[in-house]
Design a binder for this molecule. Structure first.
Ligand code: NDP
Length: 491
């Protein structure tokens, strides 16, 4: 497995500067051969009798067998959650908070173990799992623990009450973090939960069950059912008061259609095609770092990735030149190596999708650049890629690629930047790079995006709400806003 090969004439680092391998040991993780479903605080065999294999995308090596939940299994899980609801919802908020604080502390204590497993099962670089996913996952439990006994103050005179059982479906790009985004506010508000992790990345959710036991969370308050889309569809149909979904716009729409008129509450956090907009007065080197972070972080498997770069025409050449030089320094390879910047693509299916859209970009006439890269032979890999000469109508400028692929477009005026940035069915996030505060405010007011970052990108905090407009979904996660979808109000 090797790194990017450097071209001495372009690379900003001294020629021949190589990194010794720095692999993280996997010894800290112990996996079972086979996992059942976590229902009512116990491991149970799936009534479906079906199991599937979960692999590591870095080398396609099988890691464990995981249960495929059928309809009956999902029903059993929702029944366990319903049974636990009475006692959990009437527990004083300060008592519920203690469990959440405990979970947060255990996650922090076991963070290395979780980070290694996240990287192993999902393909993300260990330094991102270690420095982003795990600290943020623990932070969400800490944050919502703080609200559990203050709901009356959070929503004054509205008499907040828990809804009941929440069915939660999460994707594969930030498995443990998405679990935390969903479970922490639901529990703080007094609900019980059935959660389905993504088919390709179930292992950290299954390890999390161990944390629940360690924290002595009452049985049935959190239930984990693994499986493919069929298990997700069964959970949507099941006896739950609320469905929270993060994933593709296509599946989100299907769920919304299914739930229309059912009375079940729904929040959807779907795809994105974020505009990252660089003005000619921006600090260029910082902007380039922000562009790289915006699209190559987590191999671009990020719903809010800055996948459309808009550069003001007057600085187009220096930005693209610096960007290409910076891309040549990205180290692509073993996700468990601490020096790796870009890890493995999550699955064969996702790699096929990226390859198809990149082929469409070439065919439509965009110009492609990839730094010289020797990719590992086994596993799923895609080199960091940038497209220039992109027209707004190209598929690579319209569709969510969900991979390390950036499309560069240009603009002349702020009005034109807004017009082009909003020219997408999505509206999840955006970035603005300029030294003028007034311009940031002017732009932020006009961009149809749930989150707008200024002179930074991909920043997350549990106190800050996150969510979309248009086909990026509705409802917010994080902050006080993230509690509201898990509560009913008298007034
Ligand atoms: P999906 O939307 O299919 O997956 C998200 C979750 O929903 C998974 O747990 C999935 O299970 C489950 N699911 C699948 N079908 C159904 C259904 N009919 N009813 C209920 N739940 C269901 O995303 P994919 O993993 O297929 O990725 C496809 C594309 O979606 C990506 O290329 C990317 O563009 C986008 N995406 C966006 C994400 C975001 O955060 N906005 C996250 C993930 C993907 P299972 O894993 O078993 O299929």
């Amino acid at each position: 497995m090797t790194d990017v090969e450097r071209r001495p004439d372009r690379s900003p680092v001294p020629a021949g500067w190589t990194y010794a391998p720095a692999p993280e040991s996997t010894e800290i993780v112990s996996l079972r051969e086979r996992y059942g479903l976590f229902v009512g605080g116990e491991w149970v065999s799936p009534r479906s009798g079906e199991f599937f294999e979960t692999i590591s995308p870095r080398d396609e090596v099988p890691l464990a067998q995981v249960a495929q939940a059928g309809e009956q299994d999902v029903t059993a899980a929702t029944e366990a959650a319903r049974e636990a609801f009475g006692a959990w919802s009437t527990l004083p908020g300060s008592e519920r908070a203690k469990y959440l604080f405990r979970i947060a502390r255990i996650l922090a204590e076991r963070s290395r173990e979780f980070a290694v497993l996240e990287s192993l099962n999902g393909g993300k670089p260990i330094k991102e799992a270690r420095d982003v996913d795990l600290p943020l996952a623990a932070a969400h439990f800490f944050y919502y623990a703080g609200w559990a006994d203050k709901l009356e103050y959070a929503f004054p005179n509205r008499r907040p009450k828990p809804l009941g059982v929440a069915g939660q479906i999460i994707p594969w790009n930030f498995p443990l973090l998405m679990l935390s985004w969903k479970i922490a506010p639901a529990l703080a508000a007094g609900n019980t939960v059935v959660l389905k992790p993504a088919e390709t990345t179930p292992l950290t959710a299954l390890l999390f069950c161990d944390v629940l036991r360690q924290a002595e969370l009452p049985p049935g308050v959190v239930n984990i059912v693994t499986g493919d889309g069929r298990a997700g569809a069964a959970l949507v149909e099941a006896d739950v008061e609320k469905v929270a979904f993060t994933g593709s716009t296509e599946v989100g729409k299907a769920i919304q259609r299914r739930l229309a008129g059912s009375g079940k509450k729904l929040t959807l956090e779907l795809g994105g095609k974020a505009a990252n907009i660089v003005f000619d007065d921006a600090a260029v080197d910082q902007a380039v770092e922000g562009i790289v972070n915006g699209i190559y972080f987590n191999q671009g498997h990020v719903c809010c990735a800055g996948s459309r770069l808009f550069v003001q025409e007057s600085i187009y050449e220096p930005i693209v030149d610096k960007l290409k030089r910076r891309m040549a320094t990205l180290r692509v390879g073993d996700p468990l190596d601490k020096n790796t910047d870009v890890g493995a693509i999550n699955s064969r299916m996702q790699l096929d999708k990226i390859e198809e859209l990149v082929a469409a970009g070439r065919a439509e006439g965009a110009e492609i650049y990839q730094p010289p890269c020797r990719l590992p032979e086994k596993g799923y890999w895609f080199a960091p890629t940038v497209f220039t000469n992109v027209a707004q109508s190209y598929r690579i400028a319209q569709e969510e690629i969900f991979g390390p692929v950036l499309s560069v477009l240009t603009f002349r005026t702020p009005d034109e930047a807004v017009e082009k940035a909003n020219n997408t069915p999505y509206g999840l996030s955006a970035g603005i790079w300029t030294e003028k505060g007034s311009r940031i405010l002017w732009m932020a007011e006009r961009l149809r995006a749930g989150v707008v970052w200024a002179n930074t990108f991909n920043r997350f905090d549990p106190t800050s709400p996150f969510g979309g407009y248009k086909e990026s979904g509705f409802g917010r996660e994080g902050g006080l806003h993230g509690l509201e979808p898990y509560l009913a109000f008298d007034a």
